[in-house]
Design a protein around this ligand. Structure first.
Ligand code: ATP
Length: 255
């Protein structure tokens, strides 16, 4: 009997267009005068078509890598899946509320790492009692205290890698139906990467779906069995990670 796979994310012909204000091609006084005289639509609004008709379905227990050259639309697509950017055309359907773990995830720089753990857990909707028991576990997982008591120091004193580790550890402490990771693993060292990859595997085993945007192909290879390659906002390839990475590597070296 065929195995039933439960879809968690359905992306249906999604287009994302950014409107950039104040980006006139001709910024000279004469250009401005021409725009006023012509009374046409404001020439200072330019459009960037970042994602162009992307469609795919992801299932429970799947980890999907998202790769592509700079500016190919990976982060934009992830933000659209998270519901942070409306699709200009098409639609995104998700099971539950996806959590986006990005390099810029909100943390309070003046608060200690420990306070940020508490705030982060509460923001994810974790009950207070659970936050109390999980805080130490999260700090231990992040490893920020390996070289001294950093968890009581303000986050602004952390290196970018330490901040990224703490962010990942907070997000990974909760069971997610859909977890979206945007380069957040890239700044961790080898030991932490191994630990975070194990955690991603656990989340998948708990029927979660994980998306990983990364320029580190080895991270994608170790974590995801399926990979989507985006180029100029269009899916160039979607299939088993090994096949997609081989084609992408060929494309990158041929450039
Ligand atoms: N806030 C924005 N306003 C206007 N254009 C944007 C905005 N954010 C991204 N873009 C444009 O959308 C396109 C896709 O950008 P995106 O950040 O999604 O690419 P990416 O594949 O994640 O790139 P990278 O690998 O460099 O992180 C680019 O052309 C970029 O210039």
């Amino acid at each position: 009997m065929a195995e039933t796979r439960i879809p968690t994310v359905v992306v249906d012909d999604v287009h994302i267009v950014y409107r950039v204000h104040g980006a006139a091609k001709d910024n000279s006084p004469l250009g401005a005068l021409r725009r006023i005289a012509s009374r046409g639509p404001s020439a200072t609004v330019r459009e960037v078509h970042a994602v162009k008709g992307v469609s795919f379905v992801a299932h429970e227990g799947e980890a999907v890598g998202l790769i592509g050259t700079n500016g190919s639309g990976k982060s934009t697509l992830l933000r659209a899946i998270a519901g942070l950017l409306p699709a200009t055309k098409g639609a995104v359907y998700t099971k539950g509320q996806p959590s986006l773990l990005g390099v810029n995830a909100a943390m309070m720089a003046d608060l200690s790492g420990e306070r940020n753990v508490v705030l982060g857990c509460l923001a994810m909707g974790m009950p207070k009692g659970e936050v109390r028991t999980k805080t130490q576990e999260i700090i231990d997982f992040s490893g920020i205290n390996e070289r001294g008591d950093f968890s009581s120091l303000p986050m602004r004193t952390y290196s970018s890698g330490m901040g990224a580790r703490l962010r990942f550890s907070i997000a990974a402490a909760k069971k997610h139906e859909v977890l979206l990771i945007d380069e957040a693993l890239a700044t961790g060292d080898a030991k932490f990467r191994k630990r975070s990859e194990d955690r991603v595997r656990e989340l998948r085993a708990g029927a979660g779906t994980v998306f990983l945007v990364s320029h580190s192909l080895s991270s994608v290879r170790d974590t995801c069995e399926r990979t989507i390659w985006l180029e100029s906002g269009v899916i160039r390839m979607d299939g088993p990670t090994d096949e997609v990475l081989a084609a992408y590597e060929e494309f990158s070296t041929a450039k």
